[in-house]
Design a protein around this ligand. Structure first.
Ligand SMILES: *Cc1c(COP(=O)(O)O)cnc(C)c1O
Length: 426
């Protein structure tokens, strides 16, 4: 039986039996006991399901991964120690030395570094394309060794909206999957699989946790990409894995399970970027109210964006829920119920105005974080992009006076009053 999204947020992933704990148990154990070596051997060969070591899998994590899987409408999912680990695993599971990736240029800075610097050192090249590229420009980015296409539903921090259907069409025309980082939208506001994406990733650190409590990530497989139909591109999934007695993942686990099984059995085994069961428990507490909280984050984001838009000291507001925003039409298609609580805006008066404004805020805290229950903000020019000149900042799309504000769950009236008094100080 499948339920509505809110019901899955509250009850998905774990159904206790008679007399069992109502809340998901935290299995705080590194290892698991077996009656015989033969039985445990079957687990090592992936011949039987079960747990043997928490570096690879843990029951608490699997309850929470199953909930996220249900929310996204996927067939298999896993938790990782961070969003960075989720994106690295999702890409490295199918791309290795000598391979190539096509990625939207409008993505999280950490992911941009991961792909353009660290994965490049591993021999994986990337071509970045604008999220607003034409079909022809997108097509031209592919090479014979391209293994995946990557983008973010709503990009952090640029707040561009990805045309998921366009990117999926191009990926599939070239026989590769589309991987979408759905962190900012969450499955409450967008389910990328419904628009053709094949794999979804999350930094659960953001809205899914939602309380600034635990760093984490997740990967979900739609179960729809036919690896075997493109076997020559994906030898890791479509030829025998000698480290597991010659198992061919795409044969043994099918389209529905091959990707996550390989990712767990090989990458989690070898890199060990597992989420701790305690963090998974915190994440689940956040997920239980995700559908209620997202609505409020979006209402606050919309109210703050509308207020800022009409303020004389504000040069420009970026929020896809505003009718004048370049991404409004795309947001109406992919995010009809709301986007997220993050708004960015440029103050007249540049870096100095931004600094005066932020120092005057009382409710909104200065933090390098977003998607928290508590409103926070950041001026990239004086923090994350500090080494850049005003000209370089402009070219990078983060002018010196830009402030990124993540609207929390407070009352919009108080947030706007706080912003109003701070704007007066400029
Ligand atoms: C924060 C973030 C990440 C990285 O996640 P961590 O949990 O901090 O490792 C990846 N993608 C997006 C869109 C993010 O906002």
């Amino acid at each position: 039986m499948s339920y509505q999204l809110g019901t899955e947020c509250v009850q998905g992933g774990y159904t206790p039996g008679n007399g069992e704990p109502r809340q998901i148990p935290i299995v705080q154990s590194t290892t698991f006991k077996y009656e015989s070596g033969t039985e445990m051997g079957k687990l090592f060969d992936l011949e039987a399901p079960g747990y043997f070591y928490t570096r690879l899998q843990n029951p608490t994590n699997d309850y929470v991964a199953a909930k996220i899987c249900a929310l996204e409408g996927g067939t298999a999912a896993m938790l990782t120690s961070s969003g960075q680990a989720a994106n690295f695993f999702a890409l490295f599971n199918i791309a290795g030395c000598g391979d190539h990736i096509v990625a939207s240029s409008s993505i999280y800075g950490g992911t941009f570094n991961l792909i353009s610097v660290t994965m490049a050192k591993m021999g994986i090249e990337t071509t970045f394309v604008s999220p607003d590229c034409t079909d022809a420009e997108l097509d031209a980015a592919f090479r014979p060794n391209t293994k995946a296409v990557f983008g973010e539903t709503i990009a952090n921090p640029a707040l561009t909206v990805l045309d998921i259907e366009q990117f999926a069409r191009a990926a599939h025309a070239h026989g590769v999957p589309l991987i979408v980082d759905n962190t900012f939208a969450t499955p409450v506001n967008c389910r990328p699989f419904e628009w053709g994406a094949d794999i979804v990733t999350h930094s659960t650190t953001k809205y899914m946790d939602g309380h600034g409590a635990a760093v984490g990530g997740a990967i979900v497989d739609s179960g729809r990409f036919d690896w075997m139909a493109h076997a020559e591109k994906f030898p890791g999934l479509c030829t025998p894995d000698e480290s597991y007695h010659g198992i061919t993942y795409a044969e043994k686990f099918g389209k529905e399970g091959a990707f996550i099984t390989k990712c767990t059995a090989q990458l989690m085994r070898d890199f060990g970027s597992i989420q701790s069961p305690q963090h998974a428990f915190y994440l689940n507490l956040g997920l239980e109210s995700l559908h209620v909280r997202m609505k409020r984050h979006c209402e606050n984001g919309q109210a703050v964006a509308e207020y800022l838009q009409s303020h004389p000291k504000v040069e420009r507001v970026h929020y896809c829920g505003l009718p004048g925003d370049p991404y409004y039409a795309r947001a109406m298609k992919y995010l009809p119920n709301g986007s997220c609580g993050v708004v960015s805006f440029e103050l007249k008066g540049g870096r100095e105005a931004a600094e005066t404004f932020m120092n005057a805020l009382r409710l909104a805290a200065i933090e390098t974080h977003v998607a928290d229950a508590r409103t926070c903000c950041l001026n990239p020019a004086s923090t994350t992009h500090r080494q850049m000149t005003d000209e370089q900042l402009k070219a990078a799309g983060v002018p010196a006076g830009l402030v990124r504000m993540s609207c929390g769950l407070e009352d919009a009236q108080d947030l706007i009053a706080d912003i109003a008094q701070a704007l007066e100080k400029i």
